[in-house]
Structures are given as C-alpha cells and as structure tokens.
Write a protein that binds this ligand. Structure first.
Ligand SMILES: Nc1nc2c(ncn2[C@@H]2O[C@H](COP(=O)(O)OP(=O)(O)O)[C@@H](O)[C@H]2O)c(=O)[nH]1
Ligand SMILES: [Mg+2]
Ligand SMILES: [Zn+2]
Length: 303
C-alpha cells in the first residue's frame, strides 16, 4: 500500500496512508542511494510502498519525487541532506521582534526556493508586538515581495484568525521554515489542534527561540493538505550557484538579463548595467540588490 512519510529519524520512518492508517516502518537492509551525494535515502513528503515482511513493516519502494529540498550536510562536505520531498510551496515565517529576522535571510530563502522552482510565501508574524510605524514599514516590505509574486501576510498567529493561511495551504504540501521562535509550532497547533506541538519559550536573554523539536515532521490538515515543520533548520542548502547565474533567481532581474553592455556583467559596478540602472530608478528594491551583493560576496568567500 502507498504511504506518505511523515517523520524520519534515521532508521525508522513514520508513514501514513491516504485514509489515515499510521505505521512505523524501516528500510530494507540494502537500499541503494540513487544519488550518492545525498546522505539519506528518504525524506518527509516521500511516497513509499510498505509491505509486511516477517511481522515488521518494510519500505520496499520510494516513488519518484516531484522535487526535493536539501541542505548541505553539516558533517560531510560535498554531501547534502534531504529535508523534504514533493513540496508544493514553502512558507517562511518571520518576525520583526523576538526574534528579528533580517531581509537578507528572507531573500536567501526565496533565492533557494527559486533554484528548486518552489513558490514562496511570506508570513510576518507577531503583528501584536509592533508599533504603528513598524507596521507601516512592514507593509512597504510586503509591497516589495508581492510585486515579485510571493504571497505575503502580516498577522498575529496567536490573535488573528488564520483563514487566509489555511486557504493558501489547502490541497498542498507546504514546507514551513523560519528561525526558531517565530511561531511555526503555534501556527501548526492552531491550524491542526490535534497536533499539540510543544511551543518554545523565547529566551529572555537573547530574544531567540529555544529549540523544542528537532526532526522535520509532516502534519496533516486533511487528506491532501499537509504542513512540514522544519525546526532547527536555519537555512536551506543553497545549491552551487555560479555568480553569473545568481541574478536568474531574482525574478525582478530576469527581464534585464543579457541586455547589459557587457555580456558577462554580474551587475556589481560595471558601466552600462541595466540592473544597477533599475536599482537607481527604484524598479528594483535596494534591499533586494543589497542581498544580491551580499550573496555574491559569500560566494567569493567560499572559493
Ligand atoms: N506576541 C506574539 N507571540 C507569538 C505569536 N505567535 C507565537 N508567539 C510566541 O512565540 C514563541 C515561539 O513560538 P513557537 O511556535 O514555539 O515558535 P517556533 O520555534 O517557530 O516553533 C512562543 O512563546 C509563542 O507563544 C504572536 O502572534 N504574537
Ligand atoms: Mg517549534
Ligand atoms: Zn549588469
């Protein structure tokens, strides 16, 4: 029977069928890793076949993936760890305070999603903590991202109703990401009360959330709407992007590509650069361009 993987702890996998049957299954002894650069063969969001063999549940097949999200393995360089598979969209939940999320973090997240061709959603949480001026500033930020076709919402997950977010999530597998303490568990608990995930305290000292859960886990709103929580995952893996390519993953830069004076323009300080021109005229947000430059710089440091 076909099952969806909801949790993976290494040797055991929690799986559930379309009609809600839940099992723990393991992998058959010899299971080939198709891609040798990936350290784990199965991730949350994978569809698998499970058979009963000698009184235990064994995963005998992993179905082809529509896509997957990885991060580089902390231990083995050059290797990647699968975070989730078959992701329809990914939401980043951020806050301005307790803890503060930088625009650079959001941009990195969206660039990574662009490389995986996964639509991005921006949830700015903890509206109840912000002053009028802060809210005006956040609305400007939202304008920047909405113009790029990322859906955005400014909300208090604790105080507001979540109807709009529920609509976004309907019928899809949504990866939920964001710094610890931004409200991922609070959101999931409110949308799926049966889950009752532990909600982390915010450290009074650092204003940062403390980790409660550590494994990526899939929670079901209903038979075909699922949310994947990714606690403790600070950043998705930025696949090797060549510096000449980075601009392709900034949607607002795409219309200008190939039109700068110099064929190999990386849009930093070259003369006759249409992208720098668009930043000056305000067509490209300065904050986005700064993130672009900072990502190029990181790339320089890696080499
Ligand atoms: N003021 C405020 N606090 C919130 C809101 N949503 C979540 N929190 C708090 O933020 C803290 C961290 O939430 P949690 O859901 O554990 O974050 P996670 O680490 O992303 O899973 C908890 O103390 C929540 O009560 C909100 O809308 N407003
Ligand atoms: Mg949490
Ligand atoms: Zn250029």
């Amino acid at each position: 029977m076909k099952f969806l993987v909801t949790k993976s702890t290494g040797s055991w996998y929690s799986v559930q069928s379309k009609d809600g049957v839940k099992l723990d299954a393991r992998l058959r002894g010899k299971f080939k890793l198709e891609n040798k650069k990936i350290t784990n063969p199965i991730a949350v969001g994978d569809w698998v076949d499970v058979e009963e063999i000698e009184n235990s549940h064994v995963i005998t097949k992993v179905y082809d993936r529509k896509n997957y999200v990885i991060r580089s393995s902390p231990r083995k360089k050059e290797h990647s760890h699968l975070i989730a598979a078959n992701v329809d969209q990914a939401a980043v939940i951020v806050s301005q305070k307790m803890p503060r999320t930088s625009l650079g973090f959001i941009d990195r997240f969206f660039v990574t999603l662009e490389t995986f061709r996964i639509p991005g959603l921006l949830i700015i949480n903890k509206r109840d903590l912000y002053s009028k001026e802060e809210i005006e500033g956040l609305k400007e930020i939202i304008k920047v991202y909405e113009k790029l076709d990322y859906r955005c919402i400014l909300i208090s997950v604790e105080q507001d109703d979540l109807d709009e977010i529920k609509q976004w999530f309907e019928g899809k597998i949504t990866l939920l990401s964001g710094h610890s303490g931004t409200g991922k568990s609070t959101l999931i608990n409110k949308i799926i009360p049966a889950v009752d995930q532990a909600v982390g305290e915010i450290s009074k000292l650092t204003g940062k959330g403390m980790h409660v859960t550590t494994f990526a886990e899939l929670f079901s709103m209903n038979g075909n709407s699922h949310i994947i929580d990714t606690p403790g995952i600070k950043e998705l893996g930025l696949a090797e992007i060549y510096r000449e390519e980075l601009s392709h993953y900034f949607p607002e830069m795409r219309p200008f590509l190939g039109k700068c004076k110099y064929h190999n323009c990386v849009h930093v300080d070259e003369p006759g650069c249409l992208i720098q021109e668009a930043v000056r005229s305000g067509d490209i947000a300065l904050s986005r361009f700064k993130s672009y430059l900072s990502m190029l710089e990181d790339d320089d440091n890696r080499r």
